[in-house]
Write a protein that binds this ligand. Structure first.
Ligand code: UD1
Ligand code: UDP
Length: 365
């Protein structure tokens, strides 16, 4: 195997979306790249459909780790990723975001002789109850190179004492992905017709965070809040439910105004996002996409690690109680769109590769 190469570790839906532009840029620049899928996500609707729709080659290695406790899942992933990295001997290892896959890739790579790069570094919710916040902190303080999507994320890293020379502001690859796929989604997806909804007259809901959906009372309150918003603005709510939420929904009465459907493939979801009257979500990626697509968003959490979306007027924190959700929805539904996009101009993947060791080595050779 070529030793001047990049290894990309991914394992969940948002990692596939956000690393797709980097994988394609490796292909375009002829940089040898090994993609390892940990198998943290394994349902076809969270894995295969994304490789297909994002026109990516299948991963070089799939570890098939699956679901379990944090420790067991992360431990199995560390062992599996280490084995692949020892074999591939990459010059650079890229991890993205804040999942257990990100953490496992970080720990495995940090003990080997490769430059470890963290894509989407520096995000902070300042809420250590979230497993993602712990993962972010460990990854940022372990990686050799930190690709911050925005100046505010870079500032978070500086405030924690990380040297400036390790930090690069690149923009967020979510914009690269949207630029490539939004018009394809508009042309090819018939999601609005399939769901029988009109542009601007429905709300798009996603809820999957452990702290929201694993607690029955809290999840029930969130559904009540969404139902009140549906009634006040006469919006039908379409909710493609992540499997984690789907399991809990079996034990909860779902109001008639909320249509729960299977997780959607990327192009269908993008089409529904682009034409929604309002987006209500606890997803990180969906907050960013709503902002870039110019669709008002209410975040169903008490904090966000994407404060840029709030600063530009694209998003409000709706909290987790029905009155606070309705209040935020009133504010956002009336909001004037056309806000600034804080996540860059769509060339984050190029910036990331330009500053990665394996690319530099190839260009020098
Ligand atoms: C993980 C990330 C979260 C991210 C989300 C993206 C961590 C700690 N959390 O959450 O930050 O926002 O991915 O979607 O890494 N399940 C399936 N099929 C699958 C995967 C999961 O049915 O393909 C079910 C299983 O019951 C599993 C549960 O979902 O126990 C949770 O899966 P897990 O990977 O632990 O975390 P996510 O909730 O997906
Ligand atoms: N997404 C999708 N289909 C869905 C829900 C989400 O394609 O039914 C995409 C969405 O466009 C975004 C990503 O999945 O790119 C976000 O993933 P998720 O919300 O699971 O994770 P998070 O961003 O919160 O970590």
């Amino acid at each position: 195997m070529n030793s001047s190469q990049i290894a990309i570790v991914l394992g969940t839906r948002p990692e596939i979306v956000k690393l797709a532009p980097v994988i394609r840029t490796c292909q375009r620049r002829d940089v040898p790249c090994t993609v390892v899928h940990t198998g943290q996500h394994y349902s076809p609707q969270l894995t295969e459909v994304f490789f297909d729709e994002l026109e990516l080659p299948r991963p070089d290695r799939t570890l098939g780790v699956g679901s379990s406790t944090h420790g067991e899942q992360t431990g199995n992933m560390i062992a599996g990723v280490e084995e692949v990295l020892l074999e591939a001997d990459p010059e650079t290892v890229l991890v993205q975001g804040d999942t257990n896959t990100t953490l496992a890739g970080t720990i495995a790579a940090s003990k080997l002789d490769a430059e470890l790069c963290h894509v989407e570094a520096g995000l902070r919710s300042h809420d250590r109850e979230m497993p993602e916040e712990i993962n972010r902190i460990i990854c940022d303080h372990t990686a050799d190179r930190l690709f911050a999507p925005t100046p505010a994320a870079a500032e978070n890293l500086r405030a924690e004492g990380i040297p400036r020379k390790r930090i690069e502001v690149t923009g967020n690859t979510v914009v690269d992905a949207l630029e490539r796929h939004r018009s394809i989604a508009a042309d090819r997806s018939d999601a609005l017709e399939a769901f029988g909804v009109e542009a601007g007259e429905y709300g798009l809901v996603t809820l999957h965070r452990a702290e929201n959906v694993d607690d029955l009372d809290r999840f029930a309150d969130l559904l009540t809040g969404i139902d009140r918003v549906a009634r006040e603005f006469d919006l039908e709510m379409v909710y493609p439910a992540h499997p984690r939420a789907r399991k809990v929904l079996e034990d909860l009465p779902v109001p008639d105004s909320i249509r729960v459907v299977e997780p959607l493939d990327y192009l269908e979801f993008l089409r529904l996002e682009s034409d929604a009257g309002l987006i209500l979500t606890d997803s990180g990626g969906v907050q960013e996409e709503a902002c870039v697509l110019d669709v008002p968003c209410v975040t169903l959490r008490e904090n966000t690690e994407r404060p840029e979306t709030i600063a530009v007027g694209a998003n409000r924190l709706g909290g987790v109680t029905p009155p606070s959700i309705v209040e935020a929805a009133r504010e956002m539904y009336e909001a004037r769109t056309g806000w600034e996009n804080p996540f860059g101009d769509g060339d984050a993947a190029d910036r990331i590769l330009e500053t990665s060791a394996a690319t530099v080595a190839k260009e020098v050779a």
